[in-house]
Design a protein around this ligand. Structure first.
Ligand code: F6R
Length: 259
């Protein structure tokens, strides 16, 4: 696991946007796995800026988002479909048929989850998977105790996740209880994963993910098993790392160095 500790959240977002833009430039048709949430807003703003400056194009890419709330249709203002159009897709050159999210309003959510998993496989799996980190260690909506080899399916959100996400809804009771999420096994099949987390609220989960035991109690710890995982943190999120000096020695101020 490569751990890059940046002085500020802005520097972390710069780093992740640069990794994605580099991937977009490198391959003719990269498959990107995308995330939502507050953390990613700065990353998408930077990608839009790079696109407007002619430095990256989404025309050849296909994208799959991690998750969607069960019960929310794509035009619901709190759906992840809506988030992705507002934060990225409506501002770049991606064709409507080339971005994918699970349909939260599917009449049979379990069948929709199976369809989504099959679509990811048919696309040849994810090239680069972008991840955020839940304060409880979740990735996607794989909450603690999720099977470490799970595929796309329905998960019940924990109370702490619903409370954390209530800020996006008019009323806390409007936060759905269920989500369709890529599984941990789905995420592990990605060729490369990049996780971004910042702020003191993520420090405990970040330490458990990087230095804790591999455990379903902290689903993100499964990234210890991935051959190509990069974790990008700011100083606040890195505050509980025991081996922080080591990571900073290898990557001063989060700078990546060719091996
Ligand atoms: C979002 C997702 C979640 C978030 C995580 C962090 O698609 O899958 O795992 O990345 O909950 O959310 P924020 O960035 O809002 O703290």
């Amino acid at each position: 696991m490569k751990v890059l500790i940046h002085p500020t959240p802005e520097a972390g977002a710069d780093c992740v946007a640069a990794l994605i833009a580099a991937r977009l430039r490198r391959r003719s048709a990269p498959v990107l796995g995308l995330a939502t949430g507050g953390t990613m807003e700065a990353v998408y703003a930077r990608l839009i800026a790079q696109h407007r400056a002619g430095r990256c194009s989404f025309a050849q890419t296909e994208t799959f988002n991690l998750d969607e709330y069960v019960g929310l249709a794509p035009d619901h203002p709190c759906s992840y479909w809506h988030y992705m159009r507002a934060q990225l897709f409506d501002h770049v050159d991606i064709a409507p048929g080339r971005y994918h999210l699970p349909r939260g309003d599917a009449p049979d959510p379990e069948a929709e989850a199976a369809r989504y998993e099959a679509a990811i496989l048919a696309a040849g799996d994810i090239g680069l998977q972008l991840l955020g980190l839940g304060a409880n260690g979740h990735i996607g909506f794989n909450e603690p105790t999720s099977s470490l080899s799970s595929l796309t399916r329905i998960k019940t959100l924990t109370r702490s996740t619903r409370e954390a996400n209530a800020r996006f809804f008019d009323r806390p009771e409007d936060v759905p209880r269920l989500a369709i999420t890529m599984g941990i096994g789905t995420i592990l099949r990605a060729e490369e994963v990049v996780l971004l987390a910042y702020g003191a609220g993520k420090a405990r989960a970040a330490a458990a993910m990087i230095e804790g035991p591999l455990s379903a109690a902290c689903p993100a710890s499964v990234l210890q098993m991935h051959r190509r995982a990069t974790v990008v943190l700011d100083e606040a999120a890195a505050a509980e790392l025991k081996l922080r000096d080591y990571y900073e020695d290898i990557h001063p101020e989060g700078r990546d160095r060719p091996i």
